[in-house]
Design a binder for this molecule. Structure first.
Ligand SMILES: Nc1nc2c(ncn2[C@@H]2O[C@H](COP(=O)(O)OP(=O)(O)O)[C@@H](O)[C@H]2O)c(=O)[nH]1
Ligand SMILES: [Mg+2]
Length: 147
């Protein structure tokens, strides 16, 4: 089983899309093993998006991601990293396929509703940045054998 970090960004929370988005992750068969509503500090935002430091959209990205509450998630499942990236859709919601979260709900390049880790290394780093060990739960669901 693989773990990934996902986030419902401030636009997703403000637009009342939390339940729609969680529904997609859950319906796909992913298990929520950690979840919290939180506000990201500027310091944390800079750490999370460190690799984009030199991009022209970096200041706007930091302003946006710290502008309101987000839902931080750790999702578990077979090949979870790739599966969440597929469910989220392409970075630019205007290009993202219909049927994906970004493709169905978004239109802005910055306000693209969700985040998903892009590799095992990113997933590990991002999970550690947002959650302590004790916040990540290990539990069985009765449906697990049917997934
Ligand atoms: N305004 C703007 N924002 C961008 C652009 N590229 C990426 N972003 C934002 O920065 C975030 C991180 O970029 P990236 O890691 O490349 O995309 P992701 O992994 O699909 O989220 C994206 O989710 C967008 O919110 C861009 O060209 N313009
Ligand atoms: Mg990324």
């Amino acid at each position: 089983m693989e773990r990934t970090f996902a986030m419902i960004k401030p636009d997703g929370v403000q637009r009342g899309l939390i339940s729609d988005i969680l529904k997609r992750y859950e319906s796909k068969g992913l298990k929520i093993v950690a979840m919290k509503l939180m506000q990201i500090s500027e310091e944390m935002a800079r750490k999370h998006y460190a690799k984009h430091l030199n991009k022209d959209f970096f200041p706007e990205l930091i302003r946006f991601i710290t502008s309101g509450p987000v839902v931080a998630l750790v999702l578990e499942g077979d090949n979870a990293i790739e599966v969440v990236r597929k469910l989220n859709g392409e970075t630019n919601p205007q290009k993202a396929s219909l049927g994906t979260i970004r493709g169905d709900f978004g239109i802005s390049k910055t306000k693209n509703i969700v985040h998903g880790s892009d590799s095992k290394e990113s997933a590990e780093r991002e999970i550690q940045l947002f959650f302590s060990e004790s916040e990540i739960l290990s539990y069985e669901r009765a449906i697990d054998e049917w997934l």
